[in-house]
Design a protein around this ligand. Structure first.
Ligand code: FAD
Ligand code: UDP
Length: 368
């Protein structure tokens, strides 16, 4: 059989690619090495009957109405605004760090002075990366920036990445800027939610087209030479594709420890970050995300660790300048291949959110 498209990897990138090509009548083979589709966005019901995200909490959020409308063809949504707290100096305070966080941590008159300075320096509603704030000329603003750096970012970064914030691309910490405002939501995007029946159900709906065939538990390298195909969409690690010819691109992985508890509620919000305490970075309580009614609850603790092939899964590309330079060599090599589209977090070595992957995949697969 001749395939129009072989898609390697059944995460968000590969599934959107398979759906897009199959919708135009292309015969698609989707090859996935894990025993399930969905990649890191996979969810399932645990032994207690609670819907959990096997690879960490996934909240869909986007500014892009086109992406939202596209996915809405395959799922309805539980509209949900994500809230995160950070455990700092014995208190659970709102994150991103904002004017409410300031008031929760400092005496009120000092918080008011700092808050007024932030508003006059950056404007109400501004989102200021902490590394940028550290460079400010005002000593009170620098004091606050140092406080946020020390208490929110430094130790979390060492746990999460094994690196200090300034050793990473500034875009990493800029994902969680200081917010000069009182919006306690983690994301400010206009569209936010969780697929009403879960991500996996949504993926199954996206893969219903009879033009799509799926092979699970299969590393594409073990069978690709037996296939006849026109084009490949590759969403696995780009260094693996090229047999590590320019060296290994490091990824950070995670040990995910789930605990099921007999109580209805464990914590007040879906995610509590622990920058300075414990070995784990954060605790997620899934029922906040899904709205599921259940007498018990399941929580997840995330313990960051290095990625090792076949031992754990690649979660995050590690964006140091050295690694980004190595990636640039792979990217150049990838661009010389006409019939392979490199897509997604691993193949583009990008710290993509789900919506960005969907947008890129929709755009990249609009070809015949
Ligand atoms: P993946 O989901 O990694 O899929 C790649 C697939 O390729 C995998 O299934 C893999 O098994 C398969 N594969 C790899 N190599 C091979 C091979 N050799 N042969 C066959 N198959 C192969 N994004 C958000 O927008 N919101 C969030 O709240 C959010 N939370 C996150 C929390 C965590 C802990 C993590 C790790 C990520 C989070 N993300 C979140 C990001 C989100 O997971 C990614 O944007 C998305 O999963 C990327 O999809 P992908 O298809 O590029 O990669
Ligand atoms: N970060 C941090 N402390 C926090 C939250 C985030 O230092 O309490 C930094 C850390 O480097 C993290 C990055 O900001 O990896 C991005 O955070 P985000 O919550 O977006 O991480 P993700 O949900 O992608 O794991």
């Amino acid at each position: 059989m001749k395939w129009d498209v072989v898609v390697v990897g059944a995460g968000f990138a590969g599934i959107v690619a398979a759906e897009r090509f199959s919708s135009r009548g292309k015969k698609v083979l989707l090859v996935e090495e894990r025993p399930h589709v969905g990649g890191n966005s996979y969810d399932y019901y645990d032994s207690q009957g609670i819907l959990v995200h096997l690879y960490g909490p996934h909240i869909f959020h986007t500014k892009d109405k086109g992406v939202w409308d596209y996915l809405s063809r395959f799922t309805s949504w539980r509209l949900y605004s994500h809230r995160v707290q950070a455990y700092i100096e014995g208190k659970k305070v709102p994150l991103p760090f904002n004017l409410n966080t300031l008031e929760a941590l400092f005496p009120s008159s000092f918080a008011a002075t700092l808050g007024n300075k932030l508003v006059s320096e950056f404007g109400y509603g501004a989102r200021v990366p902490v590394l940028e704030m550290l460079e400010n000329k005002d000593k009170d603003i620098r004091f606050l920036a140092n406080y946020v750096y020390e208490n929110v970012f430094l130790n979390y970064s060492i746990k999460q990445w094994g690196l200090k914030p300034e050793e990473l691309d500034p875009a990493v910490t800029a994902r969680v800027p200081v917010l000069v405002g009182r919006d306690d939501r983690y994301f400010q995007d206009p569209y936010q939610g969780i697929p009403a029946s879960g991500y996996t159900r949504m993926f199954e709906n996206m893969l219903k087209n009879p033009n799509i065939s799926i092979m699970l538990n299969t590393d594409y390298k073990n069978m690709i030479t037996t296939l006849d195909f026109e084009r490949m969409v590759y969403t696995g690690p780009i260094d693996y594709f090229f047999d590590y010819k320019f060296g290994v691109l490091p990824y950070r992985s995670m040990r995910f420890d789930f605990e099921t508890l007999g109580t209805d509620r464990f914590q007040d919000v879906a995610v509590v970050n622990y920058p300075n305490d414990y070995e784990f970075t954060r605790i997620t309580e899934f029922k906040h995300l899904t709205g599921q009614k259940h007498e018990g609850t399941t929580i997840l603790k995330e313990f960051p660790e290095d990625y090792e092939m076949h031992k754990n899964v690649p979660c995050y590309p590690v964006h140091t300048s050295k690694n980004l330079k190595t990636y640039a060599k792979y990217k150049k090599e990838a661009e010389s291949l006409d019939n392979v589209i490199f897509l997604g977090r691993l193949a583009e070595y990008r710290y993509y959110n789900m919506d960005e992957v969907v947008e890129k995949a929709m755009f990249s697969c609009e070809i015949d």
